[in-house]
Design a protein around this ligand. Sequence first.
Ligand SMILES: C[S@@+](CC[C@H](N)C(=O)[O-])C[C@H]1O[C@@H](n2cnc3c(N)ncnc32)[C@H](O)[C@@H]1O
Length: 211
Amino acid sequence: MSDSLPAGVERRTFDGRERLATEGETVYGEPTDAGWRAWDAGRSKLGAMLELGVETGLAGGETVLYLGAASGTTVSHVADFAGPTYAVEFAPRPARDLVGVAEDRTNLFPLLKDARKPETYAHVVESNVDCIVQDVATRGQATVALRNEQFLAEDGYLLAAVKARSEDVLADPDDVFEAVTEELKEGYEILETARLDRFHDDHLGVVARPK
Ligand SMILES: C[S@@+](CC[C@H](N)C(=O)[O-])C[C@H]1O[C@@H](n2cnc3c(N)ncnc32)[C@H](O)[C@@H]1O
């Protein structure tokens, strides 16, 4: 386990408890302190990966493609420490909130698109992004990562949260994780995996880079 946090992410004390935090406008009623907003690992798989000391390769200032942005809880923190951040979400309702989150962040670009169809946003997202963060909670999570690999720089990172139940509600999560990582290996080298259960039941965090 390491404790390397990207620049722009700090451990700060809120109500006597040390938590991750980024600097920016509040989004979801999170506690703040002098402009820093607590980043709730229980509501964010990427937050959980950082909290658990997963080596994400993030240094701060990266160009990020975020798949499955929902209403912007996690991607708002990402945009606080990253550079240009493209946020893909296909459900109109959360995407409306995401647009509101982007109004306070000039580097956050919401895209109402289906992450299984990268050709529909390839003209908008710059090539050679430093990092893909994926949290789509849908069947075919490995396929989504493989289809979007085209955007990733050769030395870029995929940071994916794999939800076992989205692939198969009945299967043993370990079997699902095995199958998903095997499929990911068609295009990626897996650098690290970590169960996120302390914060998110039956989720696996995956760090990978293009092969
Ligand atoms: C677990 S939620 C994401 C939570 C968010 N990442 C966060 O931490 O704030 C999963 C999201 O992925 C979206 N999603 C699922 N399949 C998708 C697809 N094919 N394209 C785009 N978004 C998708 C869902 O609509 C949902 O909002």
